[in-house]
Design a protein around this ligand. Sequence first.
Ligand SMILES: [Zn+2]
Length: 413
Amino acid sequence: MLCSARALARRAGVLGSSQARWAGPTQRCARLQARPCQGFSTSSSRPAPLPPVVWLVLRPISKFMAVLFGRAYRKWWRALPHDKRAVFKESVQRNRKRIIVVSTAVAGLSLHYYVSHLQTTPVTGRTRFVAFTPEQFDKISQEGFDQMIEEHGASVLPAGHEAYDAVVRVANRLLAANADLDEVHDKDWSVTVVDDEDLVNAYVLPCGKIFVFTGMLEFCTSDDQLGCVLGHEMAHSLLGHGGERFSRAHLIDLMLILPLAAIWAFLPNDGISAFAHWFFRTTVGLLADMPHSRELETEADEVGLRLAAKGCFDVREASAFWAKMALRREMEDGVSPEWLSTHPADEARRESIDRQVPDLQRTRDLCQCAPLPDRDPRAEFEQFRQRLLEEKAAARALMATPLTKPDAARSGG
Ligand SMILES: [Zn+2]
């Protein structure tokens, strides 16, 4: 959408204030310029009556209570004489209507809570459950930011450092190009670069704090690659994935209280119950948590690429980046199957990006970006990969060649 009056007013606020707590090495990304690019729509969210602290406390308590209640029930039932068991069963039978009414009321209230906290994602319009308002979750993530600064403080690069300036330059280009998104103005953007060459990582907290490790800066060979990476990470923040992930994890844990309590109540002993508990939770993780996580990653890939395309970055570099990442993983620690991972497979991401490139080129055209250069980074990386594989095959062949025995060499000479 084009910039609204509200967005312009917010922009004035963003430019005019400085709330960043870390005033030294981190810095608010400056100037958000409006660009007449289209293609995104935004939506608002509903308030949450439950404060986040309730959810934070409920989760660990719920697991503990399920185990405690289940075990206590099993022990109590076993110790109960046969005639008392019959009395108990009869009592349940007599009160079954009340039990049904209470259960239905609890289920109805839970359903009402769930439905009243459904919202649509900005940009993509997907329906999801979120227990927090963005403001509440920003507050939680601000605390996370303080912890990270405490953890990495000694390694944070100062403003004016070449690496820091590179990240600020790329981040500002992304923000300026996407100033037509309301969510861009709702964040307290800042950049923190951590000097850790071994860590190829970057992330953006839900409140807009951008963290980049120097290992990632070494891995990215150009501003275009860094733009695609930061576009993906900013998309997580703009789409509110942190709050969604957190809410869903808590909701699933609450829904598992009864089945887990039943496992501990009705299985014969603690050992079998513990194994069944682990198996059940792992299965839920593989069938519910992992696919949802991959769905969010794919969504952040798609939106991040559009953010990058609007910033006139060469989006083909994202494909080259993931091809490089796939090669790195293959050579270092092997590739684990996608269904066991919270992220889509590198190769699948690369193929998906390649499919989106024609659309993204149209977005670039709409934003009046300069035409993409003739050199295709994907083809260049593929040539590099082929060369590397040939060298590896040649080295293997050399290693397999039997050495000439010293005696034979002497008699031959
Ligand atoms: Zn991600």
